[in-house]
Design a binder for this molecule. Structure first.
Ligand code: NAD
Length: 355
């Protein structure tokens, strides 16, 4: 295989394969583990039209019986109703405990399929086949699964690891500009947290021609973090850089601002706040904000500080009266800071001002 590979140790351990043409090879790659088994392929109505038939014929030729379910594409489907429909679909097939599921799609599909797999019959195997840049660089790895509740983003979910992640880089060619940029936001975030080299690929513009390396460096860095802290008790919190701001923005926009774009705004706000508080040099802050702009990402919140502070009160990063904020210091270095929840509004105000 002319590709790259990473490995996660938790959840029994699983490989992440990154290459062109993997969807049509999925059957071959899964045959050893699942020949003779039945599988539920969960996808959305956009991805269904693009990649489902190729995946189904590949599974069939490997002796895997596959049944497909497509939900209405979009973040607004990421809720308990769709989760319930997926579980009923699994039960109708019927999948048994030794069968498995495949998530074919972006982060919404992956998060819901993982959640459904983790609770169907108290847990069946699942495989991630991410088809967005965001899911490739971030959400398909690490086992966070969830749906949104009316009260807030990702409030119901499980830590549940996949058995394999197959990243077919050909799928990036059909993404809209907006969805392509969403993935860049999460990868730039990862570069700011852990990896100067990853950040420099974006700064130099090399990222445009080198998606495989961007994906590899992102998932490699994520694997190292989740292997140390699967359940976000310590170091995994760093991956939430920009997300307390970002989740508030997504919620206030009624999920019309895509997750990656909200993360870009959140990252820019975290950087401006860090600069105002003397945690980050102005030159570094400008460098990060300019990279986000260069890739067509937004960096300003359309919402007032008061509304954002209210919307963040249900965020999972809140523990009682305090909130864990990720403070970026240098490229490749961030720290976790616990602040009283009522101080967050001051952070939002600083993050909204010019530096
Ligand atoms: P998404 O799954 O909604 O995909 C975005 C859009 O792209 C959808 O309209 C989808 O139909 C379409 N699409 C998917 N693949 C395509 C392709 N190859 N070609 C053309 N169109 C395609 O959203 P997303 O941006 O992939 O993911 C965002 C979600 O991921 C959010 O719900 C977020 O909370 C979650 N997330 C989870 C984690 C995690 O660790 N579990 C991390 C980051 C984000």
């Amino acid at each position: 295989m002319n590709g790259l590979q990473a490995h996660v140790k938790i959840g029994g351990g699983y490989d992440i394969l990154i290459a062109s043409g993997l969807i049509s090879k999925a059957g071959q790659l899964l045959k050893n583990m699942y020949a003779g088994r039945t599988c539920a392929v969960i996808t959305d109505t956009n991805v269904e039209k693009l990649y489902l038939s190729s995946l189904l014929s590949s599974l069939e030729s490997a002796g895997i019986r596959a049944h497909a379910y497509a939900f209405q594409a979009g973040e607004s489907s990421k809720n308990m109703d769709t989760l319930s429909d997926i579980l009923e679909f699994m039960a109708k097939i019927p999948l048994t405990r030794t069968d498995f599921a495949i998530a074919l799609g972006g982060g919404v599909t992956g998060d819901m399929t993982g959640f459904a797999s983790g609770c169907y019959m108290r847990g069946i195997d699942f495989v991630q086949i991410p088809t967005t840049y965001l899911a490739a660089v971030d959400s398909s790895v690490g086992g966070k699964t969830a749906v949104n509740l009316k009260s807030g983003k990702n409030l119901a979910g499980l830590f549940y690891q996949p058995k394999m992640v197959l990243i077919d880089t050909d799928t990036l060619r059909t993404l809209s500009k907006e969805d392509y940029a969403s993935g860049i936001a999460e990868a730039v975030k990862m570069g700011v947290i852990t990896d100067k080299k990853l950040f420099s690929l974006f700064e130099s513009g090399e990222a445009f021609h080198n998606e495989k390396e961007v994906i590899f460096l992102s998932v490699f860095a994520k694997a190292e973090i989740v292997d140390q802290d699967e359940r976000e008790g310590s170091v995994r919190k760093l991956l939430n850089l920009g997300h307390t701001y970002g989740h508030a923005i997504e919620k206030l926009s009624d999920y019309t601002i895509p997750h990656g774009h909200a993360v870009a705004i959140g990252l820019a706000m975290a950087v401006r706040t860090a600069c105002r508080m003397g945690d980050m040099e102005k030159e570094t802050a400008e460098k990060i904000i300019n990279v986000l702009k260069k890739y067509g990402l937004p960096t300003e919140s359309p919402f007032a500080a008061e509304a954002m502070a209210d919307a963040s009160m249900n965020d999972k990063k809140r523990a009682g009266a305090s909130l864990s904020i990720i403070v970026p210091k240098e490229i490749g270095k961030c720290e976790i800071r616990k602040i009283p929840a009522e101080e967050f509004i001051a952070y939002i105000r600083m993050g909204s001002e010019e530096i």
